[in-house]
Design a protein around this ligand. Structure first.
Ligand code: IMP
Ligand code: MG
Length: 179
């Protein structure tokens, strides 16, 4: 299928993303928690999380960082409705202040699942931060405490996000056209 970059329409450029990162970290730095544990939901959030934690450092924070791999999509662009843990966190979250980081808030199932999981394990507080909050009706009633951007109901790729395992390497957020 020869995915040339001309198949992707830029929604948020690399420059726009970089500009937003420090402001977002400043918002997070207003939390009164001293020692946040950032838990990035893989795989889609890995590029965002990498930029966000460095912006958090510039904002004077020193978070611990861990990862959880969840899956709800597989190769499809429509949420399957069930969330599976493919790989769990390593840290003990009991009593901790958590910042859950994900790429996209869409149906809400992934973030809600992660939040419930960490809450059941005794996390003291759980805040959520997403790169993109989609303007759609959620299947689960959950919002993001922090968001970099909003988007309409389009399937976005790039900046770590994939469509059928492609486009994660793009430095911008875009949408696939003509495919
Ligand atoms: P939700 O569980 O329906 O809220 O979907 C959130 C998860 O699905 C995110 O962690 C993303 O990995 C993935 N996802 C949702 N929408 C998109 C998209 O437009 N592009 C890429 N991944 C998406
Ligand atoms: Mg994801």
């Amino acid at each position: 299928m020869g995915n040339s970059r001309s198949d992707i329409e830029v929604i948020y450029s690399a420059e726009a993303i970089a500009e937003r990162m420090d402001g977002l970290a400043q918002e997070i730095a207003q939390l009164d928690s001293k020692k946040l544990a950032v838990i990035a939901i893989l795989k889609g959030s890995f590029v965002f999380a990498a930029d966000l934690i460095r912006a958090m450092h510039r904002a004077g924070m020193d978070p611990e960082v861990d990862f959880i791999t969840l899956s709800s999509y597989g190769k499809s662009t429509v949420s399957s409705g069930t969330v599976d843990i493919l790989r769990d966190v390593a840290i003990d979250v009991a009593g901790r202040d958590i910042l859950l980081v994900d790429d996209v808030l869409d149906s809400g199932r992934t973030l809600a699942y992660a939040k419930d999981l960490l809450s059941a394990r005794g996390a003291q507080s759980i805040r959520t931060c997403v790169l993109i909050e989609k303007d759609v009706a959620r299947a689960v009633d959950i919002g993001a405490d922090f968001r970099a951007f909003k988007s309409q109901n389009v399937f976005v790729v790039g900046y770590g996000m994939d469509m059928a395992y492609q486009f994660r390497e793009l430095p911008f957020v875009g949408r696939v056209v003509n495919t």
